[in-house]
Design a protein around this ligand. Structure first.
Ligand code: UD1
Length: 315
């Protein structure tokens, strides 16, 4: 395989990365996806330049030949929900830990140039200090947070023990076009936007004063590519925050969305959600310094673009 591989490439973030790779000059991109949450339609615009392989990262023998010899593997395939990992820990463990081990092993045995791994800022848990910086001790509060942290450790150990080039990016809350709003486990902004366009009230878990560093999907895709290109001596085996550095509460966001739409809808409030982190905000110093991280989308820009996409897709 002579071109980049994206596991989970038919998903919301993975498909944005595939489009970004092609836009930045990749001739073709190979996608490995089990289509559990990925969708072929996410890649429709670029289908003629994408090789799609329906395979599951839990099956080493199925994925190893697909990764062999690739210049880079972006490993995004996962079951990405905090609450789902609490209600269904087994599939979550199998994909996020066993699957990640299989990807690292296949990459190392197959001579892959570098693995860029989608880690999670949920690994920090609740910290006393904000923003959260990579030198803080992790403190996972859910199976998902722990699983994503184990994947980071596998990356750094495959680097130190076998010389595989790896970089882990701790995603903060990624949002943007194509995020699927249809499941109770969907990202909060995808749910807020569809509720807003339907003119109905969202349910906010807790008091709505929890905050997140929402990051526009194209900025994350751009950073993944930078993590591939950055000098190995500087970045290999390391972990970087992939956030924006800002922080917005759910109450603020719902108010802003209502203002953009010119409506007034009171949200409903429910109980706190198990495993939830209260606040999340990235210190981006290391990513800026070592990877050249330079987010292009302010939160308001990203919100407006995303809202327009949902409006068009509901039509
Ligand atoms: C999200 C990502 C996770 C990522 C992590 C990094 C999703 C689905 N999960 O987790 O993969 O690793 O960020 O920080 O994108 N909420 C409501 N009402 C709803 C849905 C959610 O109030 O209808 C609340 C939640 O209780 C939580 C906040 O919104 O406090 C964010 O939830 P969610 O979008 O599921 O993301 P995270 O759990 O932060």
């Amino acid at each position: 395989m002579n071109y980049p591989v994206v596991t989970g490439g038919a998903g919301f973030i993975g498909s944005a990365l595939v489009r970004a790779l092609l836009a930045q000059g990749a001739e073709r991109v190979s996608v490995v996806d089990n289509f559990l949450s990925g969708k072929a339609e996410n890649l429709a615009e670029v289908a003629d330049r994408v090789e799609i392989h329906r395979a599951d990262i839990r099956e080493y023998n199925a994925i190893a030949p697909l990764l062999k010899g690739a210049p880079v593997v972006f490993h995004l395939a996962a079951i990405p929900s905090v609450p789902r990992s609490i209600t269904e820990p087994v599939p979550s463990h199998e994909s996020n830990i066993d699957g990640t081990f299989n990807v690292m092993r296949a990459a190392q045995e197959g001579g892959v140039g570098r693995v860029v791994y989608a880690a999670s800022s949920s690994a920090y848990g609740d910290t006393e200090v904000l923003p959260k910086v990579e030198t803080m001790a992790p403190n996972p509060k859910s199976p998902y947070a722990l699983q994503k942290l184990v994947g980071e450790y596998y990356g750094s150990v495959f680097h130190s023990c076998y010389g595989l080039e790896t970089v882990a990016l701790r995603y903060f809350n990624v949002y943007g076009p194509r995020q699927d709003p249809s499941s109770p486990y969907s990202g909060v902004l995808s749910i807020f936007m569809t509720k807003l366009l339907e003119r109905s009230a969202p349910i906010i878990f807790g008091d709505g004063e929890q905050s997140r560093d929402f990051t526009y999907v194209e900025d994350v895709a751009g950073l993944c590519i930078k993590a591939w290109k950055a000098p190995a001596a500087t970045v290999s085996g390391k972990v970087y925050n992939a956030g924006n550095g800002g922080r917005f509460t759910l109450n603020e966001i719902w108010r802003t969305l209502c203002k953009i739409e010119g409506v007034q809808i009171e949200p409903q409030y429910g109980p706190d959600r198990a495993g939830d982190v209260k606040h999340s905000q990235a210190d981006t110093t290391a990513a800026v310094r070592d990877l050249g991280h330079a987010p292009r989308f302010s939160f308001e820009d990203g919100l407006r673009r995303t809202l327009e996409w949902y409006r068009a897709s509901l039509r």
